[in-house]
Design a binder for this molecule. Structure first.
Ligand code: MN
Length: 263
């Protein structure tokens, strides 16, 4: 009898938990690229989506727009992740400077196709670091290929050695912007792991946060509440037990629910 009631209770609980999970929106996460590998991403992205109430799903690198569309048909939002430098010649018409880092051409074309297809269908998109830069380049903006050698007057360390969940330089956040509304902050210390940055902002996008040297640290699509990018790594804080940027992921999940018509 006792065994039976434990069994029944377990069944009811797992049914409830399954129902809760099955009702959550699926947040696609863009893959990184390795020689002959795809779908590898830091667990911090996956953990942040979980903590915000979404189901994380890594999207493989595929050079096929029809297949990417079919994947997007089955998910509710996209996170564009951090990684390599972006090929300047191919994607914004600049010769590469000497201080450029490594590039991943297969990932560039996949990322650009994925974000264009997602934004085209008004799907929520969060760009992080390289993903934020990809957002800008995909819609006609340019980058500093290397901040120290190209941004006059910048002497701010954007490549910290401190832990990922520790903020090392401050940013000012524009009042009323998505980042302001998501975090409730108008200034904050962020982590910084980049040597490239948004230079000319893409048409149809605005700057929503800047560092003290003028480097752009956040952007968003004008007239949209669901397409935005950050140069720093909110997932490192969120997965690292610091809730300062949990609101960024919660907003993405809430927009993902709105996108698929669920309250
Ligand atoms: Mn920075």
């Amino acid at each position: 009898m006792r065994k039976l009631s434990v069994f029944v209770l377990t069944f009811i609980l797992s049914t409830i938990l399954f129902a809760q999970n099955s009702n959550k929106p699926i947040i696609g996460i863009s893959s990184s690229w390795g020689e002959g590998t795809s779908t590898s991403v830091s667990l911090t992205y996956i953990e942040s989506v979980k903590l915000a109430g979404g189901i994380p799903l890594v999207i493989p690198i595929i050079q096929d727009n029809e297949m990417l569309k079919a994947i997007l048909d089955r998910i509710d939002a996209v996170i564009m992740t951090g990684g390599e430098d972006i090929d300047p010649l191919k994607w914004y018409g600049e010769e590469p400077v000497n201080a450029m880092g490594g590039i991943a051409p297969e990932r560039d074309s996949y990322d650009i196709a994925l974000i264009r297809l997602a934004v085209e269908r008004n799907m929520p998109v969060l760009g992080i670091c390289r993903g934020h830069q990809i957002m800008n380049v995909a819609f006609g903006g340019t980058l500093y290929q290397d901040i120290p050698s190209q941004k006059a007057g910048s002497n701010l360390k954007h490549n910290q050695r401190a832990p990922g969940n520790y903020g090392t330089h401050s940013i000012k956040i524009i009042k009323g912007s998505q980042l302001n509304l998501q975090t409730g902050l108008d200034s904050v210390a962020v982590n910084s792991f980049h040597h490239q940055a948004v230079k000319d902002i893409a048409p149809g996008f605005i700057v929503t946060a800047v560092a003290s040297d003028g480097i752009i640290e956040a952007i968003e699509k004008v007239g949209s509440t669901r397409v935005f990018g950050v140069q720093f790594h909110p997932e490192e804080f969120t997965a690292g037990g610091i809730d300062t940027f949990l609101g960024v992921f919660k907003h993405l999940v809430s927009e993902a629910n709105a996108y698929r018509g669920i309250k």
